[in-house]
Ligand binder design. Sequence first.
Ligand code: BAL
Ligand code: ZN
Length: 873
Amino acid sequence: PHPVFLRDYQPPEFLIDRVDLRFELDPERTSVEARLQVRRNPAATRGDGSLRLHGEQLDLEQVSMNDRLLTPADYRVDAESLTLLRVPDRFGLMTRVRIHPSLNTALEGLYQSGDMLCTQCEAEGFRRITYFLDRPDVMACYGTTLVADRRRFPVLLSNGNRVESRDLPDGRHLVRWEDPFPKPSYLFALIAGDLSAVEDGYTTASGRAVELKIYVEPHNLDKCDHAMRSLKKAMRWDEERFGREYDLDVFMIVAVSHFNMGAMENKGLNVFNDKYVLARPDTATDADFEGIEGVIAHEYFHNWTGNRITCRDWFQLSLKEGFTVYRDQEFSADMGSRGVKRINDVRLLRAHQFPEDGGPMAHPVRPESYIEINNFYTATVYQKGAEVVRMQANLLGPERFRQATDLYFERHDGQAVTTDDFVRCMEAASGRDLGQFRRWYDQAGTPELSIQADDDADDGTYTLTIRQHTPPTPGQPVKMPFHIPLAIGLLGPDGQDLPTRLADEPSATAPGTRVLELREAEQRFRFTGLPVRPVPSLLRGFPAPVKLRFAYSDDELLFLMAHDSDGFNRWDAAQTLLQRLLLALVADPEVGIPDQFFAAFRRALLDSSSDRALLAEVLTLPSESYLGDQMEVVDIDGIHHAHTMLGRHIGERLGEDLLRVYRDNGETGPYVFTPQASGRRALKNLALGYLMWAGDARALGDCQSQFAAAHNMTDVMAALRLLVDHGGAEGAQALDEFYRRWSRESLVLDKWFSVQATSPRPDTLARVIQLMGHSDFSLRNPNRVRSLVGAFCNANPVRFHAANGGGYRFLADCVLELDPLNPQIASRLLKAMIHWRRFDHDRQTLMRAEIARILAIEELSKDAFEVASKALE
Ligand code: BAL
Ligand code: ZN
């Protein structure tokens, strides 16, 4: 397989203004007739006079041009394309092909999910439906006619507005859809199935009525309320915050059970993994409710940032994804707790994006090349891309940023553009030069900031010397300095913010947070007029995706944890302290845990004035994977041991307090999904976890009672997880009961698989292998694969990285079995092993051998080939 390069981009030689599609739907054999209005692109250079259309896995039946039937002498067909030789400057083209949805296990293009037919076209699935210029800078208006058996497929949906619906004499029916907005082919969608809808309505700010429909299988109708509420909130928020209104008469969401991604923003017809739609208090956890609210909003927001304005080419993927993630993050922050949302977003970034940026698949937010674009739906493009938008929003300030986004929407509506076009709007609206800032889009790697503080007690000055360094990444050995906004504060002895006046500034500045702008590899900031040596609060609110090196003492971290006016930094100080303690335990398991640590933990735990959700974040130990990322060579067993030991000590030393917190935060009424209520549940279950770590007998009883009596899935799952990790008869019995109750609810059953896959118990791999043979397990359902294989390989480091290599062998076996069926999911799983260089010699050897075993397969997909080959480069 060969890479595609950004530098080779050429505008399309032909454009397609209109597409009329007619589908005769059948799971085994679907006929697709496409009528295209094609014209030469005046902005492109002339080629050899031929037109090459993308097409894969299509059985071509007929081609005609301007109503003249073509013969095979007029065109060439190969496995990836149909080339029409000698075409005029403007013409109508008709192709008819057959496709086979029931055989489509890759879930790209048109496929069968349960009893329904559905599509996934992003990024390059449309070419598995019909011959087309399947690239995002070819935008066309679509008319779609769907014909199918009326009893089997009573609901037929596509993009846009429904313009015709009638029965046909042979038991079939026909529905026609018309989408007035030009769109790239990756936003095409169709659905056929026996579905029921929850319906609602929304009136836009300018008074237009929009029908809202969520389509699900009939037995799921009682799990759509939260999704519908989330959708309406998102529509209102986008009007208020970004001035964006919805533009069609109907907005539809369909939940499908077999889906590679989380969801897909097809114009007017969002197709969702059912995990991000279906929720009832007894079937979904707080995290699920939160995920649904965020993903519903994300896909809805794409209507403007992605659909009305799309990407010129796939290297620009972050244009729509980074911006839309930023928008959904801001929405969720406004709906819930802003502080907790920021913590979780940064936690995710550090857990996934930082390792990606330091590994063999590191790539810029705007990649320079790819072999398979599906491999680039990454934490870098999404989460780091969102941070890059956030930095621009912060540099401009809220008013200028809104002017800049207004300009972006006005200037580029209906176009396929680049990240550079986005930055140009930021510059035009603000008058700022973002030339250096653009490096965030094209340099990979996480900058490291080393900060040194010097004070001069005699003249009241305090100097921060800041050095930035970005380690090399594949293909980019040398990095230029980034333009980094660095929000800081200076704390006085009783925790108050001090003024932050720089030496060359004429007048005093108000106490509080101030933003320093870094542009050089090394820069000095000298503050004056300080009565005492301050404690610096650095990177307030996490203003840039960087790593910080600053030699805080333990006392300073405790001080920041207690006093920093910035909530994010209070959390970060606590996490740094916990990390320090845990890494000290890894280095020497006999090292003592200082009393002042327990005192600070206890003070925080019992601080009744504190937001419980935030408290739960502060008191959660950094994950084992994150701790591993902080080590030169990951010590898997040492980390697991230290983690368990610290958890146990906390449970033992603070048992009474934890028990009180557990009991004081019990459920008092029916489930509600509010930040306060989910914060109580999070804190309560965290306390129960520490008690169980300590083997507290009272806690085991509480755990069993909670498992038996709770009416919400958050509490049931928290108890189940603890019982499974505890093991013995209690764990086995809880698992059996859970299975009996929920075996027919697929999403809940996923939880049953993953709770077993992520247990640190020594026999977990054997259990996972056994579960692969369970009658409810199927490699053809991505959610099920993720819940068992994905959960084991990505969320159970101590068992996946077992020294005997069993985990690696298991993963490679799964990848090899899955790759011919669903390459996207296979290659994503494989990423669990690409950071092999971070481990000890023996594990490196084992992982490398398994990756090499995969790479040796001749018919390996492009997807898996790219990941495996880059991992070994
Ligand atoms: N565009 C793919 C799914 C998403 O990011 O919304
Ligand atoms: Zn998206």
